[in-house]
Design a protein around this ligand. Structure first.
Ligand SMILES: NC(=O)c1ccc[n+]([C@@H]2O[C@H](COP(=O)([O-])OP(=O)(O)OC[C@H]3O[C@@H](n4cnc5c(N)ncnc54)[C@H](OP(=O)(O)O)[C@@H]3O)[C@@H](O)[C@H]2O)c1
Length: 321
């Protein structure tokens, strides 16, 4: 079958680690099944894998891709939950210390077929296209948990989204706006600030700009480049929810500000299978659909990776088979 793999690692030139070509079809283990992939979405996670983050060399070549929507062995249309936890485990799969995402220990979704545990499949409603559904399992699920679980906020609160253009960030804008939050966003790019407004943000600012007032919570995926601004943007008692650090993981902590203003910093990773099922229902109920920057045939996956690495995207890249 056709597959998009990490063949090696390169921290400086991740595109050089990408290979497209033939790969053996999956043989599902006990309790697993095979999904024929119809659409698979790109995440920054796939770029990290090419850079050698979160994976070791003895696992290469590894088929990339966390997200997919497709058709299962019985002909049902499904969305794949990417978090692989111990089969015997109940409750939040992301809290299993040995959990992984597809493409970390087990081959991922950028292929004609992917093997997954049967319990990781969620029915895809007819109202959602395969390309829309493929965007949900990582970026949109992460945004869902950040907003509705980890922020602790009620609708009407003001939320700052750092780095408006990203997959998680655009998901935060769309889901937050549909739920009655006041959404402010920042971006390095003036064009993306306007795109954030067009998408539903109430106001957009250049990265690091002084805000009209302090916010109840900041949604942080950028990391080092925006950390200090995020802390300064919070009202006393406010909360930063962090799920990523694209620009670096070691900013100055500014501990005095955190304790004097009684700020909370809360980590967030992916979401449970149950939350993914509720996210699917949320999209059905509200009519919200993922923002897709571009859809490409999987054979042109390299172009999507290149756009993500260059920071050109506003929304998701989806590969179709
Ligand atoms: N913990 C989890 O479960 C989880 C889940 C999903 C993603 N993540 C992580 O979250 C991060 C975002 O993922 P994604 O898939 O949304 O990535 P993406 O689509 O590639 O977006 C990258 C984002 O980073 C911003 N950015 C990058 N460098 C920046 C800089 N120097 N200064 C300011 N902003 C910068 C961009 O904002 P502008 O271009 O608008 O300025 C954009 O929002 C990644 O690090 C990813 O690994 C974690």
């Amino acid at each position: 079958m056709f597959a998009v793999t990490a063949a090696r690692f390169s921290s400086d030139d991740p595109l050089s680690a990408l290979e497209l070509g033939e790969h053996a079809e999956p043989t599902p283990a006990e309790g697993w099944t095979t999904v024929t992939v119809r659409a698979a979405a790109l995440n920054h996670h796939d770029v990290w894998t090419l850079r050698g983050v979160g994976i070791s060399a003895n696992q290469l070549p590894m088929i990339l891709g966390c997200d997919a929507a497709g058709v299962d062995a019985d002909g049902n249309e499904v969305v794949v939950h990417s978090v692989i936890s111990d089969q015997a485990r109940t409750g939040d799969e992301t809290l299993d210390p040995r959990r992984s995402l597809l493409s970390e220990k087990y081959n991922g979704t950028f292929a004609d077929q992917v093997a997954v545990p049967r319990r990781n499949l969620i029915p895809k409603p007819a109202a959602l296209s395969f390309t829309d559904a493929a965007c949900l399992p990582t970026a949109y699920l992460t945004a869902y948990r950040m907003l509705f679980d980890k922020s602790g906020l009620q609708p009407g609160s003001t939320i700052l989204v750092q780095g408006a253009g990203g997959g998680v960030a655009t998901a935060l804008i769309l889901l937050g706006k549909a739920s009655g939050f006041r959404i402010w966003a920042t971006s390095r790019s003036e064009a993306k600030q306007q795109q954030a407004i067009d998408l539903g943000a109430d106001q957009a600012f250049p990265s690091g700009a002084r805000l009209p007032e302090r916010v109840d919570a900041v949604m942080e995926t950028v990391g080092e480049a925006t950390w200090s601004h995020s802390l300064k943007a919070l009202r006393p008692g406010g909360r930063m929810v962090i799920s990523g650090a694209t620009s670096g993981t070691m900013p100055p902590a500014d501990l005095a500000r955190i304790f004097f203003l009684q700020l909370s910093v809360v980590g967030s990773t992916m979401g449970s299978r149950d939350q993914l099922a509720r996210l699917v229902t949320f999209c059905e109920q509200t009519g919200v659909r993922p923002l897709i920057d571009r859809t490409l045939p999987m054979s042109e996956a390299k172009d999507g990776f290149e756009a993500m690495i260059k920071g050109e995207l506003f929304g998701k890249v989806v590969f179709t088979t």
